[in-house]
Design a protein. Structure first.
Length: 353
């Protein structure tokens, strides 16, 4: 280590300081990166492990080979020990019912396959394209239509991004690019930055939207570098969270949302109406109030997509209507979500009134 020389030029000392600063920053960045990656690698993958953690007796749970169990510990920590009906537990615990077929339930309930505009890109609605940036998620939600989606062959990997970008560039009716999946925030931030860099030359794009459950199930994903990336993109940004119950939104999630809002990201939340998880006026109202409390606004409340294996979460449309009536009675208008159903072949998500 040296000192500045007599002429006052920066000597090795400063160079070293600079280098140490950089090194420290890199180490910090790596730690940050490792933290959520590491948490993901330590996620719970068997019913027995989760049930034991919650002081519940382990019955012989069926192994579900089609859709493995995956639960980050941050999410599990919000479950109530001893409660087999815990609304977070019910969302992630495999069930025998998943191996049964049921009338009206299928593997492509929303007609995604019909709206494919190329590998990894769904162009179903006017002005918006949905990019399946990755097939990976940090949590496997038992009600999800993804359990039957052939992701390994359908998501756009780095090599296919060029084709997706070209599709968007060649259609100037497209104003919004929606990053979805899987969960797009499963990609390393630098990969996300590469994608938006490729999109940044397209003049007709006006908005970037991200649908992610990571701020909920792994709030440490909202890293400094992720925020830096979001701040650097040239479009207004919307992030749609997916929380179905107020208990999912703990203080760590509130901090993550707050950080997103501070850099100007619009944060919304959508939920799925799920039997036993949130199908009462009081639970839904609590979710909407808590959504607001952490700085987000309710967006959609989806009726369940009838995907094979998810029939135990089904509720009737009549019940859904009654719940909405109850919400309208007690919530400010802006806290009432839009109840919708996804119908194959329709030009938008159909409002259920
Ligand atoms: C839900 C969805 C969208 C977005 O629809 P919004 O009503 O704008 O939220 C876009 N593309 C596809 C394929 C979708 O399923
Ligand atoms: S796509 Fe969303 S709802 Fe489906 S498993 Fe992944 S995080 Fe859960």
């Amino acid at each position: 280590m040296g000192l500045p020389d007599a002429a006052g030029r920066p000597g090795c000392f400063d160079v070293d300081r600079q280098r140490i600063k950089l090194m420290k920053r890199n180490i910090l960045a790596r730690k940050e990166r490792d933290s959520w990656r590491k948490q993901l690698s330590q996620a719970i993958r068997t019913p027995a492990e989760l049930l034991e953690l919650l002081d519940l007796t382990v019955k012989d749970e069926p192994a579900n080979s089609r859709f493995p169990m995956l639960v980050p510990r941050a999410f599990a920590s919000r479950m109530e020990p001893g409660n087999r009906q815990d609304p977070l537990l019910l969302q992630v615990l495999p069930d025998r019912d998943e191996n049964r077929t049921a009338p009206g339930f299928s593997d492509d309930p929303v007609g995604d396959m019909a709206s494919k505009a190329g590998r990894g890109i769904l162009h179903k609605y006017q002005g918006r394209v949905l990019l399946i940036a990755t097939g990976a998620c940090a949590v496997n939600c038992r009600y999800c239509f993804r359990q039957a989606f052939p992701y390994s062959s359908e998501h756009a990997g780095r090599d296919q991004w060029q084709a997706a970008v070209e599709h968007i560039a060649n259609d100037n009716s497209i104003e919004e690019v929606i990053l979805s999946g899987g969960d797009p925030l499963m990609l390393p931030t630098r990969r996300l930055a590469q994608l938006t860099e490729m999109l940044s030359g397209i003049r007709h794009i006006r908005c970037l939207r991200i649908h992610s459950r990571l701020p909920i199930v792994l709030p440490d994903r909202i890293t400094d570098s992720l925020l830096e990336w979001l701040q650097s993109v040239p479009w207004p940004t919307v992030l749609v969270l997916h929380a179905n119950h107020a208990n999912e939104l703990d203080e760590d999630v509130a901090v993550a949302v707050d950080r997103l809002r501070k850099i100007g990201v619009h944060v919304l939340n959508q939920a799925v109406l799920l039997a036993r998880v949130n199908d009462s006026v009081s639970r839904l109202a609590a979710l909407m109030r808590r959504t607001f409390e952490i700085g987000a606004l309710p967006y959609y409340l989806h009726l369940l997509d009838p995907v094979s294996g998810a029939q135990r979460f089904d509720t009737s449309e009549e019940h859904a209507r009654q719940l909405m009536e109850g919400l309208r009675r007690q919530l400010s208008g802006y806290l009432v979500p839009r109840l919708v159903r996804e119908v194959a072949g329709e030009p938008y998500k159909i409002p259920v009134l």
